[in-house]
Design a protein. Structure first.
Length: 331
């Protein structure tokens, strides 16, 4: 296998997270089962010898999955994973230790773990391809968060009751907003995302949720969107503008017909806490809003009129999740 860049290693780690989580859980189960099988061992509700053998077999499969990525599994308890790389012309291993929130350490190949250092900030440049990999890594579980659906419904509510001929859903993810837009009975919906994994999830759901095939799914860049000038009546962007930047607002103005409507959401600046991997793909040209006026100003400065902003607060477990839902019109 070849060398990883830092963004590639971070994207691969994001994709491996479900594997690593299962590995940690099974490691504990296997240890408990092994202890129960020893003479005088305490019984466990996890089972006996068959379950221990099954856990061992599954652990072998999971470790093989890690190794097949080109990463090196150097430790089992705790997990220690190295990604071969090159930094300033020197062979290094990008090093992730169980408990690390993200991949942010490295060491020279000849020094080992004792030579572990933090990665310098300058290596955090992430290409669109790597960003796609990050979102691929969360695609399978994206719909488990019902908050996305609430945001999408609020965005569609603000478009009005008139059926748009063409809707553009930017950074569609698994298609939550695109499906919500179907109740407006549009002529067509173009749903785009840079993540093939997200689009694949959306297409699977479309078999039952869009039997008329109103929605066209496309792996494509958000900026510029693959829509001709003044080629859309409505634009939706749920929970993604903060990853696209101010250029997206200008592109939506280009893509909309006069009188066309846009609906997008943004997190509150004080509540936005992305992981290190996702923080690396957040553009610096869009200041997240803290108030409704801040959110409205973003749309107004981009050239939109008739701007309205509502704050959506949803109780989620022991916390409240909040976003600004913005609607505006192209003059």
């Amino acid at each position: 296998m070849g060398l990883f860049t830092v963004p590639e290693a971070r994207a691969e780690l994001a994709r491996l997270r479900p594997v690593l989580d299962e590995l940690v859980r099974l490691r504990a189960d296997a240890a408990e089962l092994a202890a129960s099988l020893r003479p005088g061992g305490r019984e466990t509700a996890l089972g006996g010898m068959p379950e221990w053998k099954a856990a061992q077999a599954r652990l072998d499969d999971l470790m093989t999955t890690v190794q097949r990525t080109g990463a090196e599994l150097k430790g089992f308890a705790p997990l220690l994973i190295d990604f071969p790389a090159e930094l300033d012309g020197v062979d290094v291993l990008l090093c992730w230790l169980e408990g690390d929130p993200e991949l942010c350490w490295y060491h020279r190949v000849d020094l080992g773990f004792a030579g572990r250092r933090r990665l310098p900030d300058r290596v955090a440049v992430v290409t669109e391809e790597i960003a796609a990999g990050l979102f691929d890594g969360i695609a399978a579980h994206y719909d488990e968060d019902t908050f996305h659906g609430l945001v999408a419904e609020a965005l569609v509510d603000g478009l009005g009751s008139k059926a748009p001929e063409r809707v553009l859903d930017v950074a569609t993810g698994t298609g939550v907003a695109a499906f919500a837009a179907l109740r407006l009975e549009p002529g067509e919906v173009l749903a785009i995302d840079i993540s093939p994994g997200m689009i694949a999830q959306a297409e699977t759901k479309a078999a039952t949720r869009d039997p008329g095939k109103v929605i066209t799914w496309q792996v494509a860049s958000a900026v510029p969107s693959p829509v001709e000038d003044e080629g859309a009546d409505a634009v939706l962007c749920a929970s993604s503008l903060h990853f696209l930047g101010a250029a997206a607002l200008r592109d939506w103005l280009r893509a909309l017909r006069p009188g066309g409507r846009v609906g997008f959401s943004l997190p509150l600046a004080s509540a936005f806490r992305p992981s290190e991997a996702f923080a690396a793909i957040v553009p610096t040209d869009l200041k997240l809003p803290e108030t409704e006026d801040d959110a409205a100003e973003l749309a107004s400065e981009a050239g939109f009129t008739e701007v309205t902003v509502k704050r959506l607060d949803v109780e989620s477990g022991d916390r409240v999740r909040s976003v600004f839902v913005v609607h505006a019109t192209k003059p």
